[in-house]
Design a protein. Sequence first.
Length: 765
Amino acid sequence: MPVADGSDAVSLAQYAERAYLEYALSVVKGRALPDVSDGNKPVQRRILYSMHRMGLSFSGTQGAKPVKSARVVGDVLGKFHPHSDTAAYDALVRMAQDFSQRYPLVDGQGNFGSRDGDGAAAMRYTEARLNPIARLLLDELDEGTVDFIPNYDGSTEEPSLLPARLPFLLLNGSSGIAVGLATEIPSHNLREVAAAAVALLRDEKLADDELHRLVPGPDYPGGGQLISSTDEIRAAYASGRGSLKVRARWKIEDLARGQWQMVVTELPPFTSAQKVLEEIEELTNPKVKAGKKTVSQEQQQLKQTVLAVLDAVRDESGKDAPVRLVFEPKTRTIEPAELAATLLAHTSLETSAPINLTMVGRDGKPTQKSLRQVLAEWIAFRQATVQRRSQHRLQKVLDRIHILEGRQLVLLNIDEVIRIIRKSDEPKPALIARFKLTERQADDILDLRLRQLARLEAIKIEQELKELREEQGKLEDILKSPAVLKRTVIKEIEADAKAHGDERRTLIQEEKRAVAEIRIVDEPVTVVVSMKGWVRSMKGHEIDAVTLTFKAGDALYGTFACRSVDTLLVFGSNGRVYSVAANVLPGGRGDGQPITSLIDLESGTQPAHYFAGSGDTMLMLANTGGFGLQAKASDMQSRQRGGKSFLAIEADDKLLPPAAVHADHDKLACLSLSGRLLVFPLDEVKVQSNGGRGLTLMDVDAKDPLLSVATFNDAITVHGKSRSGKPKEETLRGSALADCIGKRARKGKLAPGMKGGLRVMASAS
């Protein structure tokens, strides 16, 4: 903004914003994202071009002799990429790793790392040259196909793009994180991508089904099996973003005496044998988590699950077998499918592989594109490249024809040409005037050697002119006719696919995702909960509550007759519900275990009530404010130790004990602290699977809150105390309940025989 002295200035905020945007754009386009045209990031493009200039291209039967990687990195940094040598060498290493790229562009000699995460040797020890497939990126560089731009210091030039003969963005994929953008493009099979490009060239409106048939999914360098459904893969390609499920591939090897072993031979992307071994070690020898004193019940359970089926694991990967992980079962009677399912569910042998087709488009803008858009943009680039190559070649052909036509004229009049040259002080103008030559032709004639004036040379000129004029016609057809241009591009794609294509490595076969199945003996158990939140599980249902003992100052909250496959629900004072599987509760000996060691309560929250039983059990939940709802026990269950937010409770309200709803119950009884009773049809209360505040059950206030609820069919029993303080109960049915029957959200009537009661509780009879 203008200032008093007439100079221009900007505020610090404006300058910071502009500088950050420039930096972000530089990272996005100059480092992190590949270009849709040649599939390379700038550092990869510069490495390939530098190696091409150094004469490291693969040619002949043996190819160029490899040189030290340090020479390549030094040339790249000194001429084209003035950044970290580590970044440049890392990019070179990745381009040479057959487990990182589906079609490696660099042939590396020496230690270039391993799929287990081992780093490459220092650049002074390794050597590199280009692989034959790199020709598809570099061969047309000198044919006017791409623009050259000044390097960082203007001392030389570098190509802005490489004239890719195939869509390498899809062949080798790419991964990178920019400022506010990221990309994760998987690799694909060369033959499939080439076939899709040809099909789109022939029909721009190719059906999505046909495109998906031609490119059914990624083809990862390490193979594996893609288990996602066809619809999931298609959706990911249509939007340019998604997540696919990939698992390892294995075989069962039979051994002597009925023994067998499971051998993993292919791993999913981003997974190594070392990583799988570390995961199994963590499962079988769990460590105490930060902030905890002992290994959790879940860790112990996982350990038992894995050790029940797995006896030993070893890595036999080597030169002959890049991946060979051997798993020995606990006993030969274990089903192979059971061992496989356990390993897939708990390790990276089954994992998710992201797809994020974000790249720099032909317009120079970073965009997330669909598979169709990627192929369409590359096709447009390739057609433009072939046009430029044809135009460049046509100029050379026309220039050569021009020269040869001059030579042909000379050979027809050789004696006169010699006479003019011998007698003229200025032979060039004389030749131009006599034979109507151009300066270029005249210069060429004057530079001819005597041996090129032989009769045999005239025959060669005639033959070469014939060939050049045929080539001229073909090139002009390409430039004039879009149909001929398409046919030329298609022919070249098909030839390259035949020369460099290979079979698919990744099997595409839809499977259900592996689920960890924990075998639990389904038997009757009784869950015992104390007032202070100590829990235990006792076998059987014939438990006499009188015989139960507790810690000093503690007492019985309740017993729940259920099954070992059921779940204990813990209702927090804040409305969250926590789940603990009945089979992980400590046994009946002793006082049990505090519930707080099995769940993660929020700060300031206390366990309020409990329920243990089948997930199909319908529960009536209510609070002292008069609100309530119905929900299944399974709706409240959660795998998280932190529970699930389910009930909305006001600050002054308290949660009431949950009441089980039996199948034959059709009425709900609500009892207030003063003894008011309201009965109405149960179907007036909503079933809310996702929880919430619920509906108003009874009109209550702070002085006379709701105390208990119960569902029933014929009669209920009201428990309380008489005026003298002695326990008293009344069973109400028929006419005794008539006065208390009303509509939901009403005040109700005093329960008969309970006037003046101090404590009341309703329960089904």
